[in-house]
Write a protein that binds this ligand. Structure first.
Ligand SMILES: [Zn+2]
Ligand SMILES: [Zn+2]
Length: 694
C-alpha cells in the first residue's frame, strides 16, 4: 500500500430530496403500426425513458408503459394493398418497434397492442359508462361516400380541402395546413383516396361524445395540468375557441366494436381507444406482476410523453373522457418539439427521414450516442434539428473530449502512477460540488428540463477536467505524492458520481465506465446516495476509451445515405409507408428528354369494347387515333366494363411494337394509374382523337 488515509471521511449519503412522490405511471405516445421507427418517434421515447430511469434512481415508484396503436384506416389501406389482414400489418410493425425500442435501451414495463382484448375491454367499459351518464348521443350526419368503390369513406379513405384553412387535407386531419382535427363530413371537395372518384355525401348514423359539456371542467382542470407549458396553453386556447362535440364512431369493421344500442357496423374512432390503451397496458403489466393498476389510475400521478402534434387528444379529449367515466385525468403532459433533418421539415414522403434501424442501429452506431444527442441538443419543447455534422461534433466534443477524456485521464493516472487507489479521504469541496449537481439535476428532471439536466451533468465532468488540469497531479507526484494522491482520489469520486448521474441517459456507456472503476455489479442497482459514498474500490478494472470518435469518413458515409434517400424519395410519386423500406430503382433508370420524345402518345377515342373470351382481365378495344382505328388489348376488365369504356377518350402510345395477348393482336397501349384499382388517364378538356400528347 502506497498511501494511508489521514482523515477518514464519513460523509453521509443523503437523499437530495425529502419530498415523497406519488406512485406514477409514465406513458409514451403510441407508435402507429403502419410504418417503421424513425428519429421523430425517438424524440418522445428517449426523454420518457430518461425521465423514468432518473426518477427510479431517486427511489420513485414508477411504472412505464406504452404499446402500439393498431386501429384506424391507414392500417386497413396497407392491409388491402399488401393482401393481408390489418392484424398482420399491426403485428409486423409492432414487432419492429418492440425490437428497436429494446435496442435503443427504451425499457417499457409493458409494450402492448391496442388490438389486444384488454384495450377492447377497457374501451367498451369506459364508453358504456359514458352512455350510462348520458354523455353520448346519436346523430345522423352527411358522410363522404364513394359511388365507384360503393362504400363510405372514413378518415384516411378521403382527401380534400380543409374547411378552416383551405389547404389540402386528409379526412380526419389537416396535416399540411392548420393541423386541425377534422370531423366526419367536414372536409370539402372530398375525393376517394382508393380510386380518385369525387365523393358524394350520404347520410349515416353516428355517435357523438358531448365534449362541449366539459368546457367548464376543462378550463378549471387545464391550468393545474403539469408538464410542458406548450401543451397546457395550446389546450386552453383550443377549449376556449374550438370546443365542440366529438364524433367517436366510424363505419368499418376494424377497431373496437361500439357498444351502443343499434350500433351495428360501427367501431370506436381510433383516438378513443388509443389513449385508453395506456390504462389497458398498465392492467396487463399489473396482471402479470401481481400489482394494482388502480394505484396509478385512480390515485397517483399520470405523466404522458407525447409529440406536440397530438396535444389536444391528450389535453382535451382524454381528460374529458376519463373525467366523464370516473377516472383520474392526466397529471402531466410533456409535449416534445418537432424534428427537422438538416434544417428541412421532417418528411417521409420527401426523404428527410432517419430510420432508426436501417440508418442508425444497423450501421453499428451506439444507441447511447443518439440518446445523448436527443437529450442534449435543445430544450424539450423546441424544434430539434438533426444533422450528421452536428452529431459528429456533439459526440466528439462533448462525449469524447469532455466526459470521456476526464474519466480516462483520471483512471489512467491512478493506474500508471499509483498502481492502487489511494486510501485518502475525498475532500469535502468535491462532495459539495457533487451534492450541488445532484440537487440541480433532480429539480431539472422533475420539471422536464432535460437538456439543462444533461448540461449540469456535463458541467460536473467539465469541473473535473479543469480540476485535474489545474492541479496537474502527473507533475505533482514527484514533489508531493500525498497531494497527488489526494487529487486523484477526488477525481475518482467525480468519475463515480458522473457515471451514476449519466446512467439514465446513457445506460450502456455508464455500465462500461462502472466496470472500469472496478465494480462488478449493475450501476442501475445503486441508489442516488451512492454518488456521495466515498469511492471504495482498491483497484480499478480494465481502463479503455469510453467513447469512440466519429471520423469524417464515417460522417460522409452517413450523409451520403441521407442525400441519396432524399433524391430517390422525391422522385417517387407516393409517400406511403410500405411493409418494408424499399430501395428505389428510379435512379438507375434515368431517361433523357430525347428518350421521352421517342414515345408517340396520342389521344384515342374508344369506339368499340368487348371482353376477350375466357379471360378475366382483358378487354379488346377499337380505338380511333385520328388517321386510323387500332385494336388494343388491355388488362383493365376488372376495373372497367366494356360499356364504361365506349366513348372514353384515353391516352395511347401508338408507336409501340405490336404484340399478341392470348392470340389477339394488340397495336398500342393505354395508360392507367395503379394496379388493383386502376384509374384510367383521360384528358381533362375535350380534344380530337389523334392529338399528340407532350
Ligand atoms: Zn373509390
Ligand atoms: Zn386546415
Amino acid at each position: 500500500m502506497l498511501f494511508h488515509l489521514t482523515n477518514p471521511n464519513t460523509s453521509p449519503a443523503p437523499n437530495t430530496t425529502t419530498m415523497t412522490h406519488k406512485p406514477t405511471v409514465v406513458t409514451c405516445g403510441l407508435p402507429y403500426t403502419n410504418g417503421l421507427c424513425h428519429l421523430g418517434h425517438l424524440r418522445t421515447y428517449i426523454p420518457g425513458d430518461f425521465y423514468v430511469r432518473y426518477l427510479r434512481w431517486l427511489g420513485d415508484d414508477i411504472v412505464f408503459v406504452c404499446g402500439s396503436d393498431n386501429h384506424g384506416t391507414p392500417i386497413i389501406v396497407t392491409a388491402e394493398t399488401e393482401h393481408t389482414t390489418p392484424r398482420a400489418v399491426s403485428e409486423y410493425f409492432h414487432a419492429h418497434f418492440d425490437e428497436v425500442f429494446k435496442d435503443m435501451g427504451i425499457n417499457f414495463d409493458r409494450f402492448g397492442m391496442t388490438d389486444d382484448p384488454t384495450t377492447h375491454h377497457r374501451t367498451t367499459t369506459i364508453i358504456e359508462s359514458l352512455i350510462e351518464k348520458d354523455y353520448i348521443y346519436e346523430k345522423t350526419i352527411q358522410q363522404s361516400y364513394c359511388p365507384s368503390c360503393k362504400r363510405f369513406l372514413p378518415d384516411r379513405y378521403v382527401e380534400g380541402i380543409c374547411p378552416y384553412c383551405g389547404k389540402h387535407a386528409r379526412g380526419d386531419e389537416c396535416d399540411q395546413g392548420c393541423g386541425r382535427h377534422l370531423e366526419p363530413g367536414e372536409i370539402l371537395n372530398s375525393v376517394c383516396t382508393t380510386c380518385g372518384t369525387q365523393a358524394e355525401l350520404r347520410e349515416q348514423k353516428h355517435y357523438y361524445f358531448k365534449l362541449s359539456k366539459f368546457r367548464d371542467y376543462l378550463l378549471e382542470y387545464l391550468p393545474t395540468l403539469d408538464g410542458t407549458i406548450n401543451a397546457r396553453n395550446y389546450a386552453i386556447g383550443w377549449v376556449e375557441n374550438e370546443l365542440k362535440d366529438w364524433c367517436i364512431t366510424r363505419m368499418m369493421d376494424w377497431g373496437v366494436a361500439f357498444p351502443g344500442k343499434d350500433a351495428k357496423g360501427l367501431v370506436t374512432y381510433v383516438w378513443v381507444d388509443a389513449p385508453i390503451g395506456y390504462i389497458a397496458f398498465t392492467e396487463e403489466w399489473a396482471n402479470t406482476t401481481g400489482n394494482s393498476w388502480q394505484k396509478y389510475w385512480c390515485n397517483g400521478d399520470r405523466v404522458h410523453f407525447i409529440g406536440s402534434d397530438i396535444i389536444y387528444h391528450h389535453c382535451v379529449f382524454l381528460p374529458a373522457m376519463l373525467h366523464g367515466a370516473g377516472y383520474q385525468p392526466p397529471s402531466a403532459v410533456v409535449a416534445s418539439g418537432m424534428v427537422t433533418i438538416d434544417g428541412q421539415k421532417f418528411s417521409k414522403s420527401r426523404g428527410y427521414v432517419i430510420w432508426t434501424k436501417e440508418d442508425y442501429l444497423d450501421k453499428g452506431l451506439p444507441a447511447d450516442y443518439l440518446r445523448y444527442y436527443l437529450l442534449a441538443y435543445t430544450n424539450h419543447t423546441r424544434e430539434l434539428d438533426f444533422s450528421w455534422k452536428e452529431f459528429q461534433a456533439r459526440i466528439n466534443n462533448e462525449l469524447v473530449n469532455t466526459f470521456g477524456n476526464f474519466a480516462n485521464r483520471s483512471m489512467m493516472l491512478v493506474k500508471t502512477k499509483l498502481r492502487e487507489v489511494p486510501e485518502v479521504a475525498v475532500k469535502q469541496e468535491i462532495l459539495d460540488e457533487i451534492t450541488k449537481t445532484l440537487c440541480l439535476v433532480e429539480k431539472l428532471v422533475r420539471t422536464f428540463e432535460f437538456k439543462a439536466a444533461i448540461d449540469e451533468i456535463l458541467l460536473l465532468a467539465g469541473y473535473g477536467n479543469s480540476y485535474i488540469s489545474n492541479t496537474a497531479p502527473w507533475k505533482m507526484i514527484k514533489e508531493d505524492p500525498y497531494a497527488a494522491a489526494q487529487v486523484l482520489k477526488n477525481c475518482l469520486q467525480i468519475v463515480k458520481a458522473s457515471a451514476l448521474l449519466i446512467h439514465p441517459a446513457m445506460p450502456k456507456s455508464a455500465q462500461k465506465l462502472w466496470e472500469m472503476l472496478g465494480y462488478t455489479d449493475k450501476i442501475e442497482d445503486h441508489p442516488i446516495g451512492d454518488a456521495l459514498v466515498p469511492f471504495e474500490n482498491k483497484t480499478l478494472g480494465e481502463v479503455r476509451p469510453l467513447f469512440a470518435r466519429i471520423d469524417d469518413e464515417q460522417r460522409e458515409d452517413l450523409e451520403a445515405t441521407l442525400a441519396r434517400r432524399a433524391v430517390e424519395t422525391q422522385n417517387k410519386t407516393t409517400g406511403k409507408d410500405t411493409m418494408e423500406a424499399e430501395i428505389d430503382p428510379f435512379l438507375e433508370n434515368i431517361v433523357t428528354i430525347d428518350d421521352v420524345a421517342k414515345l408517340d402518345l396520342r389521344v384515342g377515342l374508344v369506339i368499340k369494347a368487348e371482353r376477350v373470351p375466357k379471360t378475366e382481365k382483358l378487354l379488346r378495344l377499337q380505338v380511333d387515333i385520328g388517321k386510323e382505328v387500332r385494336q388494343i388489348i388491355s388488362g383493365i376488365a376488372l376495373n372497367y366494363t366494356p360499356e364504361e369504356m365506349i366513348g372514353k377518350k384515353i391516352v395511347v402510345i401508338v408507336n409501340l411494337k405490336p404484340t399478341k395477348f392470348r392470340g389477339e393482336e394488340s397495336n398500342g397501349m393505354l395508360f392507367a394509374a395503379g394496379e388493383h384499382a386502376a384509374s384510367l388517364l383521360i384528358p381533362l378538356r375535350d380534344v380530337v382523337p389523334g392529338t399528340r400528347v407532350h
